[in-house]
Write a protein that binds this ligand. Structure first.
Ligand code: PA5
Length: 393
């Protein structure tokens, strides 16, 4: 993995700003090392064999897994699932990600669909109180109770939640459901290497490869800090929007994951960089116009993949064409006043994406500290929750 924060940056960055933020390195590394929510730096993954056992048992009695969760309790698994699921070939064991909407049409159709097939629910909520998750779980549990005998229902529910507290943990203790934990010192959006994501992902990828890559990624501290300094300096120069750009359609949810990570981490106290995303070349024919010639508030992070499956069209390898278009767009945007960061990956594999994800956890945490905010809370999310609670109880 190569992270280039200089080639397309020289004419934009101010060396005094870069120096100012680079000088905070020791202070920021120390802050992260001492943070009480830094469990994701070296997570305990000794539960993986247990996950694989439960997966095999689920495969023996169910035809699909329904994951119920939202925000940090859903996007990691969803993004990897999309990355490693074929575009068109039907998946033998589909995973449905529910719990992210209160749409009655969606819920009605989901319940009707599940009526006819054997499924297992994996409800994931650290707090156990998130309304979307709780409502969806309640509806699915009632369906399971109609379909199966009480002792069978137990086989079809797996709970991932706090190790000791919360309504879901109480339910596990009361009903004897199987459960996994999200450790106390790991927040939702930093929980990729916990059962919240590794259990659902064990149905579609080799999670041990993901773990291997992740462990490599958390060692990329210097690269992550340089990236954080670059984006923090760009912010001071009026580049307040970071556009994450992919040339692969199945990265859609990975970019949603990045937006959630940075949005919830940095957007507080009136501060932060707004994360947005584009899929090229599709979006070159829509927001591309704005990036090229519109308000100069944007800088971009391009992902470049070196090795992809060969697809020859008219004597040309399509991926080579895609890469040439990507290079051309970077040149055009830089010439239009848009600074660009380029992250190069050898391939798209559970290992390389695990590495990239851990790298971004570091970037998010360092960037939060460079803005002098707490990178691990999300007090703003509570505001709408409190208002809903006032109205709905
Ligand atoms: O990243 C976060 O911490 C949040 O996005 C949470 O994951 C999200 O709000 C869901 O919370 P919970 O797992 O408590 O249901």
């Amino acid at each position: 993995m190569k992270i280039d924060v200089s080639t397309y940056m020289d004419k934009f960055l101010d060396s005094k700003l870069v120096e100012k933020y680079s000088n905070r390195k020791d202070e920021i590394f120390q802050k992260l090392n001492q943070a009480n929510m830094n469990g994701w730096l070296n997570p305990d993954v000794s539960f993986v064999d247990q996950i694989l056992e439960v997966r095999d048992e689920v495969l023996s009695h169910s035809k699909c897994l329904v994951v119920v969760g939202i925000g940090g309790s859903f996007l990691g698994a969803k993004s990897f699932y999309e990355l490693f699921t074929p575009y068109f070939k039907k998946n033998d064991f589909p995973i449905i990600f529910a719990g992210t909407t209160l749409s009655s049409t969606y819920m009605k159709e989901l319940l009707e669909y599940l009526e006819t097939i054997d499924f297992t629910v994996n409800v994931i909520s650290k707090s156990g109180t998130t309304r979307e998750t709780a409502l969806t779980y309640s509806a699915l549990k009632k369906l399971l109770e109609r379909k199966y005998r009480p002792e069978e229902v137990k086989k079809h529910i797996i709970v991932t939640t706090d190790p000791v507290k919360g309504t879901l943990r109480d339910e596990v203790n009361r009903e004897g459901y199987r459960s996994f934990i999200i450790p106390d010192n790991i927040g939702g959006r930093y929980s990729l290497l916990t059962a919240a994501h590794l259990f659902p992902l064990s149905f579609c990828i080799d999670v041990k490869e993901l773990i291997l890559g992740y462990k490599e990624g958390v060692c990329l501290q210097d690269d992550a800090f340089s990236y954080s300094v670059c984006r923090r300096s760009l912010f001071d120069l009026g580049k307040v929007v970071e556009n994450f750009v992919t040339y692969e359609n199945n990265w859609y949810y990975y970019l949603e994951w990045l937006k959630q990570l940075f949005g919830e981490t940095e957007g507080k106290d009136g501060k932060g960089i707004l994360p947005i995303s584009m899929i090229h070349t599709r979006d070159l024919h829509s927001l591309g116009q704005f990036v090229q010639e519109g308000n100069k508030i944007i800088y971009e992070t391009f992902f470049k993949i070196n090795n992809m499956p060969i697809c020859d069209i008219d004597g040309k390898d399509l991926h080579k064409v895609n890469l040439i278009v990507e290079d051309s767009v970077i040149s055009a945007h830089v010439s239009g006043g848009v600074p660009c960061i380029v992250i190069e990956l050898d391939d798209i594999s559970p290992r390389s994406m695990g590495r990239l994800s851990a790298f971004f956890f570091l970037v998010a945490a360092y960037s939060g500290y460079l803005f002098d905010i707490n990178p691990f809370d999300q007090p703003g999310v509570e505001v709408y929750k409190a208002e809903v609670k006032r109205r709905l109880g």
